[in-house]
Write a protein that binds this ligand. Structure first.
Ligand SMILES: Cc1cc2nc3c(=O)[nH]c(=O)nc-3n(C[C@H](O)[C@H](O)[C@H](O)COP(=O)(O)O)c2cc1C
Length: 330
């Protein structure tokens, strides 16, 4: 296969509800040309029954971009995938990893690890419905499942349904007793299992996710034989550390980008979005980490987080904050 989106999946920024909205993705895209970006999870019922097509909006520069769907009904997911493909997404992904509440049509997220046949039916229906790649993001298991048996069975079934690419969050989800946040930290990581899955399924494109905190760690995972690395929280909180050198280091193309340039390149976007009704804070809240760990980071963060929610402020606030960082960096 080796499609452009598969190549982009060497490094991806994880789907994160309330975080990886289109403003966030636009900023990430200005830091890395090549990295694959995921939407927040959008539920199939919201699209298909609720008609919430505004959830699919994105800007052309965000490509390569994947839509993550939540759902467990093959017919509804196929319809949602079609809507996603028509909206221009490069990939449609099914969430089998979020420990989430049940919805009326059944269950979705990590609980699907208990129903690999349902996942296979969903993926087959989605693959049939769209031309773009359909992929899965999963855990290594849930609750008292044994990942050593559950995960290979799960992969075998989705592969038979036509899935060629999977991202594995290398820890279990505990469906009882842990909050979604605790479920990202408390169940132990098992990177070794993900590497063994790659060895067992050499024809599948396998990405690893969970706890990867630096670009060097991401590179080491690729060097150790995996096809892709997905980074979540580190990419959000320290976007420049993960993304500025991603193009040359991970993709062997382009140059290291500069967060100052990326922020400046956001200014016309911010102006444009504000004329369409966005508020400054909705955009800049995703840029607070732009200078994390660098001189002036605190001034940047404070100026934006205190100023941006005020009425009547616009891109000039970002320029002021940038001047504060420049003064510290000089
Ligand atoms: C705020 C937040 C929201 C998340 N929302 C989603 C989501 O919508 N879909 C999903 O598959 N995973 C979601 N996740 C999980 C991440 O995609 C990722 O699997 C997890 O954070 C582990 O990766 P990390 O250690 O690199 O952050 C979310 C994580 C966070 C922090």
């Amino acid at each position: 296969m080796n499609s452009f989106v598969e190549k982009a999946a060497r490094l991806s920024v994880a789907p994160m509800m309330d975080w990886t909205d289109r403003h966030c993705r636009m900023f990430h895209r200005l830091l890395s040309r090549e990295t694959l970006l995921y939407t927040e999870m959008v539920t199939a019922p919201a699209l298909v029954r609720g008609g919430a097509l505004h959830l699919l909006e994105f800007s052309a520069p965000e490509h390569p971009i994947a839509l993550q769907l939540g759902g467990s009904d093959p017919v509804e997911l196929a319809a949602a995938a079609k809507l996603g493909a028509a909206a221009g997404y490069d990939e449609i992904n099914l969430n089998c990893g979020c420990p989430s509440d049940r919805v009326q049509s059944g269950a979705f997220g990590a609980v699907l690890m208990q129903s690999p046949d349902v996942v296979a039916d969903c993926m087959a229906a989605m693959a049939e419905a769209v031309e773009v790649e359909v992929t899965v993001k999963c855990r290594i298991g849930v609750d008292d499942q044994d990942p050593e048996t559950v995960l290979p069975d799960f992969l075998e079934k989705i592969r038979a349904a036509g899935v060629k690419r999977v991202t594995i969050h290398a820890r279990k989800a505990w469906l009882q007793g842990l909050s979604p946040k605790e479920n990202r930290d408390i169940p132990p990581l098992d990177y070794d299992l993900v590497h063994r899955m790659k060895a067992a399924f050499p024809d599948m494109h396998v990405s690893i996710n969970g706890g990867i905190a630096t670009l060097a760690e991401a590179k080491a995972q690729l060097d150790a034989g995996l096809d892709g690395v997905m980074v979540g929280r580190a990419a959000y909180h320290q976007p420049s550390d993960i993304l500025c050198a991603a193009d040359p280091v991970i993709f062997g193309s382009g140059a290291v980008t500069d967060p100052f340039d990326a922020v400046r390149a956001m200014l016309p976007y911010i102006e444009d979005e504000m004329t369409k009704g966005a508020r400054l804070h909705q955009i800049t809240r995703h840029m607070l980490g732009a200078f994390a760990g660098r001189p002036g980071a605190r001034h940047w963060r404070r100026h934006l987080s205190e100023g941006a929610p005020r009425a009547g402020v616009g891109p000039e606030l970002v320029e002021e904050a940038l001047a504060l960082v420049e003064a510290r960096a000089a």
